[in-house]
Design a protein around this ligand. Structure first.
Ligand code: SF4
Length: 514
């Protein structure tokens, strides 16, 4: 599946699986707004969240009597058009832009997921990654055995995602009402989740007790909106109200929002959202992502100064930190690399000749700016190092006399089990090499990362309220040691055997990435 819309620094090496960087893990959007064109507003909300997932997109709409779901593989703009949006009419809607962290990249795993029950239906969209899918699969089996349904493993092909298990559980007690059974189900779900879900009339939003992934509430003149990032509130004209709290379930219907708690909050917000994942024009918990990144750049300049003529970013996500580095150091800022923002949208595979050009398909140096200069090049993070190695080589070929690489996050040494697909631990360059060895591998004149304390100070939250596990290995939830070496918790849980037994489900890949 060709990648999306060109924001990601780490996807600068076309068709190079080893050049792939951290992959975002889904954007979710929900709206309750009778009288508004809820499907169209959801479409624009997903458009603003496209950077969080480009594999598939979907919208579910409820009109008081039924739920209609439309979803397909591809970008939001490829999946939806005026005609299919016009068929999605109602008062409440949810939407999803997906990147798979569990479940194969197949249509069946596109979201929103859907279940009909004896009294209605449910649609659900998920950002995050669950860490007890084995337990959840057993609960689903039990619920189905109790109700006389066909055993999960004997059913024809259907979704292989953790999200599907939660949808099944929510649908398993239709007699109790969705709001009440959701409280029970959410108590049993572990890991990272920002859920938006709905029945025919009511919108729900829930966030895990750690609040790992973002989820914000906004207000429309005639309704309410929830979204992964505030940029999606802005695009539909909603004003920001607040974050959905860790451990909170919010229900929204004609009586307005109703809040309840399913778990005690233990905030551990993902620090990597500030580094790279979120849009710079979003606010996370009232803190501007752009301003945070600029501040990280300032701290980086103080912690790791360099003798240089120019500061430049690897576009785009290195840009705010490069601005901060230039401001603090007094070294002039310049854009030395121009990004071809649209090449990521093409479905035409590059020829072998073009592939050999590698990064030049996406970045082109401004030789007049670079020639004869000592450069500080600021990037947000290094995963495998392939992109930065190619950038350093390109800048030297364009005439740079020195290249000093500065990274606005600490070294990424540990995998993420909460919805971000970095790489296996063995693939992370900082896991096996010292900073000096990484510098040699990149071919840079110097290399420095911001410290973890510097990053935490720039974010402005207490260290204990942030997840920093990919930097320091301190996971907020229990993660068995053996799993730290693997790519994905789900690879090793009992649910793998259950799900891989599904016909055509992709065998051993059922919970891994394509
Ligand atoms: Fe975010 Fe890293 Fe924690 Fe994953 S491990 S949730 S990317 S801080």
């Amino acid at each position: 599946m060709p990648r999306g819309d060109g924001k990601l620094n780490h996807d600068l090496l076309p068709n190079d699986p080893d050049g792939k960087g951290p992959q975002d893990a889904c954007g979710v959007f929900g709206i309750w707004a009778p009288g508004e064109e809820v499907a169209n507003l959801t479409y624009f909300g997903l458009y603003a969240l496209q950077h969080r997932g480009q594999e598939s997109a979907g919208i579910a709409v409820g009109d008081g009597k039924k739920i209609l779901v439309y979803k397909d593989m591809g970008l939001v703009s490829q999946v939806f058009n005026e005609s299919n949006l016009a068929s999605l009419r109602g008062d409440v809607a949810i939407g999803h832009a997906r990147y798979s962290t569990t479940g194969a990249s197949i249509w069946e795993n596109a979201q929103p997921t859907f279940r009909s029950t004896a009294v209605g239906s449910i649609a659900l969209a998920h950002n995050g990654n669950l860490t007890n899918t084995g337990d959840l699969a057993q609960l689903v089996e039990k619920a189905q055995a109790d109700s006389g349904e066909i055993e999960f493993a004997q059913r024809p092909l259907r979704s292989t995602s953790d999200t599907d298990l939660v949808t099944s559980l929510l649908a398993s007690h239709p007699d109790r009402g969705l709001e009440s059974s959701a409280i029970d189900v959410l108590r049993q779900v572990e890991g990272a989740f920002s859920f938006v879900f709905m029945d025919e009339t009511t919108l729900y939003a829930a966030r895990d007790r750690y609040g790992v992934r973002p989820l914000a509430l906004g207000r429309l003149e005639r309704g309410w909106v929830v979204a992964s990032e505030t940029a999606a509130l802005d695009i539909v004209g909603a004003s920001y109200v607040r974050e959905i709290e860790p451990g909170e379930l919010l229900a929204i219907d004609e009586q307005g929002p109703r809040s309840s708690r399913f778990a005690d909050p233990k905030p551990r917000f993902c620090s990597f959202e500030f580094v790279y994942l979120a849009r710079p024009d979003s606010n996370l918990d009232g803190r501007s992502v752009h301003a945070t990144r600029v501040e990280v750049g300032r701290r980086l300049a103080r912690e790791a100064p360099a003798e240089a003529d120019l500061v430049m970013p690897t576009p785009d996500s290195g840009t705010p930190a490069a601005i901060g580095y230039a401001e603090e150091s007094g070294i002039p800022y310049a854009a030395g690399l121009v990004k071809n923002a649209y090449v990521g949208r093409t479905f035409i595979q590059p020829s072998q000749t073009l592939r050999q050009l590698g990064i030049r398909l996406k970045l082109n140096p401004l030789r007049d700016v670079i020639r004869g200069k000592r450069l500080v090049v600021v990037d947000d993070s290094i995963v495998r190092g392939n992109t930065q190695r190619a950038v350093v080589r390109m800048l030297r070929e364009a005439g740079a006399t020195e290249v000093h690489v500065r990274i606005s996050s600490p070294p990424v040494k540990w995998p993420c089990f909460y919805g971000i697909d970095f790489a296996t631990r063995a693939e992370l360059i900082a896991n096996g090499l010292t900073v000096e060895e990484i510098r040699t591998s990149l071919g840079a004149d110097s290399l420095a990362y911001v410290s973890l304390d510097g990053l935490v100070a720039a974010i402005g939250r207490p260290k204990g309220n942030l997840c920093r596990a990919c930097f320091d290995g301190e996971y907020p939830t229990e993660v068995p040691d053996a799993h730290l070496m693997g790519r994905q918790l789900g690879d090793l849980t009992p649910v793998q055997s259950l799900i891989s037994s599904l016909p055509s489900a992709g065998g051993g890949d059922a919970l891994g990435r394509p």
